[in-house]
Design a protein around this ligand. Structure first.
Ligand code: SAH
Length: 367
C-alpha cells in the first residue's frame, strides 16, 4: 500500500485528533522561531529588502492550529522589519502543503480567524495575505522553477517516502530498536539519505537564489541509532503490540510486517547529506530537547503524582500521529486497547527514566 494514502495525522478536532494533541510540536515550533527570524533577517539583507510578493510554503502543514503558527510568525517578523527599516510591506502568498489525505478543510475553516488576527495584529497596512493549499508529496515537484522565497517545515521531513526495504527481520519491533539486526539500521539510514537528497534537489529547483529553507525534525542526540531520546517511545509502542500477541489478539507476523516510515537522524547525517547534495549551505543547525509531556514546557522534573497524566498525554500525542497508519495495518478494533497498554508502558517508563525527545532545526540558503 502506498504511504501517501495511509500517512496522515488523526483528522478533525476531536479528542484523538492531531489538532487537539499537537502541543509538543507547537512547543517545538516556538523554540525554533528565532532560527526562522534569523533566516528572514539574512534573506532581507541579501536581497536588499523584501520582494513585492513574498512567497512562502509550509511543507507538511497537517491540520491543527500549528498549520498557521509558523506563517503568522513570519508575517509578523517581516512586518516589524519593514517598520524598522522603512521598507514597503510585501504582499504574502502562502502555500500550505501536505499529502492528499490531509484534512485541509479544517485549515480553510480557520482562515477567517487567521485573516482577522492578522488585521488586528499588524493593522490595515499589513500586506494582504493569500493562502492556498498545494496537496502532494514533498518528494515530488510542488512548485514552478524559482518561485518560492522561503520554505518552512516543522515535524514533517523526517517522514520517509516509504518503509525501508528488506527489514522483515526486524522482529517484534516497529522502528529501529536495541534488538534490531544491523541491516535494519542500515536500511533506515539509506532510505533517509535517498529521500532527503531528493527533497533538497527538488526544493533547489523551486526556490529562488538566496532563498531559505528552515525545517524542524525530531532527531537523535548521539550517533547510536537506538538513542533513548528518539527510539524508546516506539519500543514502548512495540511492547504494547507484543502484549496483544501474548493475549492472542494479533499474530506476531503482523508486528514483523509493520515498520514506521520515519527517521530520526543524528545531526552529522543531516550535514553530510546537505553537503553531498550541494545546492544549499547550512546557516544554522540548532538542537534542543523537549519533554514528552507537552504541557510541561519548561522541562521541569514532574512529581510522581503527575506520571499518570504524563502517560495519558504522551499516549494521546503518539496516537494522533500514528493511529491512521496502525489502524490500516492492525485493524481499527484493537486501537483503544493498544494505546491503553501503551499508556501503561509510558507511565512505567517514566517511573525510572526521563521522557524526552530531541529536535533539530536546520536553516539553509540556496547558493
Ligand atoms: N507541521 C505541522 C504538522 C506536522 S505532522 C506541525 O508542526 O504540527 C507531519 C505532517 O507531514 C503530516 O500531516 C503528514 O501528512 C505530512 N507529510 C509526511 N510526509 C509528507 C510528504 N511526503 N509530503 C507532504 N507532507 C507530508
Amino acid at each position: 500500500m502506498s504511504i501517501e494514502t495511509v500517512l496522515h495525522m488523526n483528522t478533525g478536532n476531536g479528542e484523538s485528533s492531531y489538532a487537539t494533541n499537537s502541543y509538543l510540536q507547537e512547543h517545538g515550533i516556538q523554540r525554533a522561531l528565532h532560527v526562522t527570524n534569523e533566516a528572514i533577517n539574512r534573506m532581507c539583507n541579501d536581497l536588499g529588502g523584501f520582494p513585492g510578493v513574498f512567497k512562502i510554503a509550509d511543507l507538511g502543514c497537517s491540520s491543527g492550529p500549528n498549520a498557521l503558527l509558523g506563517i503568522s510568525n513570519i508575517i509578523s517578523r517581516v512586518h516589524d522589519m519593514c517598520n524598522e527599516n522603512n521598507f514597503e510591506v510585501p504582499q504574502f502568498q502562502v502555500f500550505l502543503n501536505d499529502l492528499f489525505e490531509n484534512d485541509f478543510n479544517i485549515i480553510f475553516r480557520s482562515l477567517p480567524t487567521f485573516y482577522a488576527k492578522l488585521k488586528n495584529g499588524e493593522g490595515d497596512h499589513c500586506g494582504p495575505c493569500f493562502v492556498s493549499a498545494v496537496p502532494g508529496s514533498f518528494y515530488s515537484r510542488l512548485f514552478p522553477n524559482k518561485s518560492i522565497h522561503l520554505f518552512l517545515s516543522s515535524y514533517a521531513v523526517h517522514w520517509l517516502s516509504r518503509v525501508p526495504q528488506g527489514i522483515e527481520n526486524n522482529k517484534c519491533n516497529i522502528y529501529m530498536a536495541k534488538t534490531s539486526p544491523t541491516n535494519v539500521f542500515e536500511a533506515y539510514q539509506k532510505q533517509f539519505e535517498k529521500d532527503f537528497t531528493k527533497f533538497l534537489r527538488l526544493r533547489s529547483q523551486e526556490i529562488i537564489r538566496g532563498g531559505r529553507i528552515v525545517f524542524t525534525i525530531p532527531g537523535r542526540s548521539i550517533s547510536d541509532p537506538t538513542s533513548e531520546d528518539c527510539c524508546i517511545i516506539w519500543e514502548l509502542l512495540a511492547k504494547s503490540l507484543v502484549d496483544m500477541v501474548k493475549e492472542g489478539r494479533i499474530p506476531e507476523s503482523d508486528i514483523d510486517s509493520f515498520n514506521i516510515p520515519y527517521y530520526t537522524p543524528y545531526e552529522d547525517e543531516v550535514r553530510d547529506v546537505i553537503k553531498k547534495e550541494g545546492s544549499f549551505l547550512i546557516d544554522n543547525l540548532y538542537s534542543f530537547a523537549l519533554d514528552w509531556e507537552p504541557y510541561n514546557s519548561d522541562n521541569a522534573k514532574m512529581d510522581v503524582v503527575d506520571r499518570p497524566i504524563r502517560g495519558k498525554n504522551t499516549a494521546k500525542l503518539i496516537r494522533a500521529v500514528i493511529e491512521p497508519m496502525m489502524a490500516t495495518h492492525f485493524g481499527n478494533s484493537i486501537m483503544d486497547m493498544v494505546f491503553h497498554k501503551f499508556e501503561e508502558h509510558v507511565v512505567h517508563h517514566l517511573s525510572a527514566r526521563e521522557g524526552r525527545n530531541f529536535n533539530l532545526v536546520i536553516s539553509l540558503t540556496k547558493h
